[in-house]
Design a protein around this ligand. Structure first.
Ligand code: EPS
Length: 378
């Protein structure tokens, strides 16, 4: 099974990840991982930080001559912006005399609860780690999971379905189609009209100095039937996928297939009939989003998630200066106006990790050949 740990502060020297449990013999090169990082870095509505960072990685262990060894893979990504944060983010010595602690929490952020929980005086001790910069390393881990899944005939993609009130009416359950359309869309959506509307919405939000959330859809194709299990709560694949996506910064909800809409339909309009098509079992619809009883059912996986607007905004919200206990406007520092396109890439990554684990759980193997030889023939 693949386990991974990320470490690093947003403006610290570097981010790191250790990924353990990747089978040996998987072809892996830096450019494949960096291409995934580039998808996360892009997206209309990102702030100035993305122009600073190059998101180039160093593979420190677990890979030799472009192949995984089965040993832990460790990867380093240096924060270019750290050069300007040396003093403020130093791991040794005393705090500089002119250090201004952040003491006004942003409503909607980890600032307040984190400060109280960890008994800190400077909100920076919390915000540096709660920052979505950390998701770069999930994309690194996810890229390795994607490389593994490709060997198993499984592909994952995502698209943005909504930003603020701008909606993409088109939907797709076809990874190749999604990849082709999102490649030319700076909002990572499926139609030029939706892309233009989303950009307009983001421009208007920037003018108002506010942030925007949205909804994205993650799709996976090629999944064998029976990943996950109905027999116990902690083996249900939908629960694992939902937890993985819910753990991404600012995600507030996850649904599969019809999701919340199923609650308002009567049963005959909410489930996917079985039919025979040339003697093959077939499903004319995919309301379940590819999962029944916590198991893959042979249909495409369709997961949607809702992201709240980022709490860091030039439009400051009422807050309290915790140093003086006086009312104050919430803290602002440079931020993205909308990070929904980036979050969709992060979600693809964490979904890929869960799917890779579901494959390893069911078919197992220490080398890539061992795993793939155990997969059902398609
Ligand atoms: C973030 C604030 C911004 C974002 C950052 C997440 O960073 P900064 O404060 O340096 O401008 O750009 O996201 C990234 C750096 C990234 O790579 O995704 C936050 O507060 O969560």
């Amino acid at each position: 099974m693949i386990r991974y740990l990320t470490a690093g502060e947003s403006h610290g020297p570097a981010l790191t990840v250790i990924i353990e449990g990747v089978p040996a013999g998987l072809s892996l090169d830096r450019s494949f991982i960096e291409a995934e990082l580039l998808h996360r870095k892009k997206g209309y509505g990102r702030g100035g930080r993305q122009q600073i960072e190059t998101d180039e990685i160093e593979i420190l262990s677990g890979v030799r001559f472009g192949q995984t060894l089965g040993s832990p893979i460790s990867i380093l990504l240096r924060n270019k912006d750290h050069e300007k944060w040396h003093g403020i983010m130093a791991s040794e010595g005393e705090a500089p005399d002119d250090l201004e602690p952040v003491t006004i929490p942003r409503p909607g952020h980890a600032d307040f609860a984190g400060l109280v929980k960890y008994e800190r005086d400077d909100i920076r001790d919390i915000l540096e780690r709660s920052s979505a910069r950390e998701t770069a390393m999930r994309v690194v881990a996810g890229a390795i999971a994607k490389a593994f899944l490709l060997e198993c005939g499984i592909e994952v993609a995502s698209y943005v379905s909504r930003i603020g009130s701008a909606i993409c009416e088109e939907t797709s359950e076809d990874v190749k189609h999604i990849k082709a359309l999102t490649a030319s869309s700076d909002c990572r959506t499926l139609s030029p009209t939706a892309n233009a509307n989303m950009k307009k919405e983001i421009d208007a939000a920037m003018q108002r100095k506010v942030s925007l959330g949205g909804i994205f859809t993650v799709v996976a194709n090629g999944l064998p039937i029976g990943l996950g299990s109905h027999v116990h709560w902690d083996r249900k694949l939908d629960a694992k996928l939902a937890a993985a996506v819910m753990s991404i910064q600012a995600i507030k909800g996850v649904e599969f297939g019809l999701g919340f809409e199923a609650a308002s339909r009567s049963g005959e309009k909410a489930h996917d009939p079985f039919i025979l098509d040339h003697d093959e079992i077939s499903r004319p619809s995919n309301y379940a989003g590819g999962l029944e009883g916590g198991m893959t059912n042979g249909m495409p996986l369709v997961l949607r998630a809702a992201m709240k607007p980022i709490p860091t905004m030039q439009h400051r919200l009422p807050s309290i200066d915790l140093a003086t206990l006086t009312p104050a406007d919430s803290h602002f520092e440079r931020a993205d106006s909308c990070a929904v396109p980036a979050a969709s890439v992060v979600a693809e990554s964490v979904v890929a990790i869960e799917l890779a684990n579901a494959i390893l759980e069911k078919f197992g193997g220490d080398s890539i050949d061992e795993v793939t030889s155990r997969l059902p023939l398609s």
